[in-house]
Design a protein around this ligand. Sequence first.
Ligand code: GDP
Ligand code: IMO
Ligand code: MG
Length: 423
Amino acid sequence: MAIDVLLGLQWGDEGKGKIVDYLAPNYDIVARFQGGPNAGHTLIFDGKKFVLHTIPSGIFRENLHNLIGNGVVIDPITLAKELEKLREAKVSYQHRLFVARKAHLILPTHRLLDAASENAKGKEKIGSTLRGIGPTYMDKTGRNGLRVGDIEAADFQQRYEALKAKHMSLLAIYPPVDFDLEAEEARWFACVAELRQLQLVDGEYYIDAALRAGKKILAEGAQGSMLDIDYGTYPFVTSSNTITAGVCTGLGVAPQQIGEVIGISKAYCTRVGSGPFPTELFDETGEKLRAEGGEFGATTGRPRRCGWVDLPQLRYTIMLNGVTQLAITKLDVLNAFTEIKAATHYQIGHTQTNQVPFDLVETDLTPVYQTYPGWLTSLQQAGAYEALPLTARTYLDMLQDELGVRISMVSIGPEREALLVKE
Ligand code: GDP
Ligand code: IMO
Ligand code: MG
């Protein structure tokens, strides 16, 4: 059996949580392979709303296992909060949640370093979620990090102190920031005790055994491909590989195990935090997208920047990920628009291009748009893809043709069931 992958093709928040939750019953295991509590994946069902940061979005489905893979960075404090929410909702996660021992730990001083370094950047700041992501992945590649498996070691406390001491000397180069380290450390150790109660596994063997037993696995991406550390809008990116390749390193599987790659894109585009966004709208149309789409961050509550779909950008991330099917989300947000636009290419000086340039930050480009008529009606009554208004289908057909990948799902509302699956 292969591992299917579901990931975001834009700058995150494409609706991954919703689609994973919907698809989960088709799988035996859902596994997160990268990122950490910078992610916020929203699930809405039975009139309830949940936002998951570390825990995979298959957790609400019975008889399904969920793995936090080795490529993820875990803050025990956030994880404990998520577990508490699950207990409140009477979700029995004990038998269906697994944590890879090789996943790295976010320490309180990683969060402190994140805050101090962002603060020192002033106007150049990345707009980090301040969850300690960058410093934790730096310690991972710098070969200093602490891993989940280390909490089982007798000298864990000493290892912690040694890393904290390194962080304290690093912090000396930054102006001080407000952070109650002592209180955060006390909370952290209490939450590490909770992490110890979970089922810790060697993730790579766990996945291998599942594949050999013919289990179906869905790898759940966090962030989006334009935030990928290698191929995103560097330096305005996150610190992990958010693309399909990240599944291999983040779960410990070989490339030939990858099956379907489901790429998710909104019917328009958003970004939260700093960095280039060619089709961003600064006018009332952008405001309207934000209002209609409820575009405020699921993790930080920050307003998301909004704009039209960017076809060169999507072709780029489809290429990087080997996308085999597309899920288009939030189509209903466009219900109120008389006209819908999509950038077909970029104008850079006297040349037109279909490619994302080396440095989107420095390149002065203008997106060139094609305009499509809106449908100005609710999509709620469309029980099937074929029943969508003709103008909506024209827009979707255009996306499919321009992107060269079939659309398999269209999401028309935040709730679990508001989804049209195309035969
Ligand atoms: P994720 O990080 O990719 O899981 O996405 P987020 O949860 O951060 O953001 C997506 C937001 O859009 C959430 O508030 C979802 O409840 C909501 N959402 C998802 N799909 C749809 C949809 O088709 N229509 C509408 N109106 N909202 C949606
Ligand atoms: P999900 O999984 C949207 C953005 C931050 C910032 C940059 C770096 O919900 O789609 P970091 O905290 O990683 O150092 O921040 O990346 N970012 C996200 N934007 N959705 C996310 O996750 C994001 N995770 C990080 O806003 O610009
Ligand atoms: Mg999100």
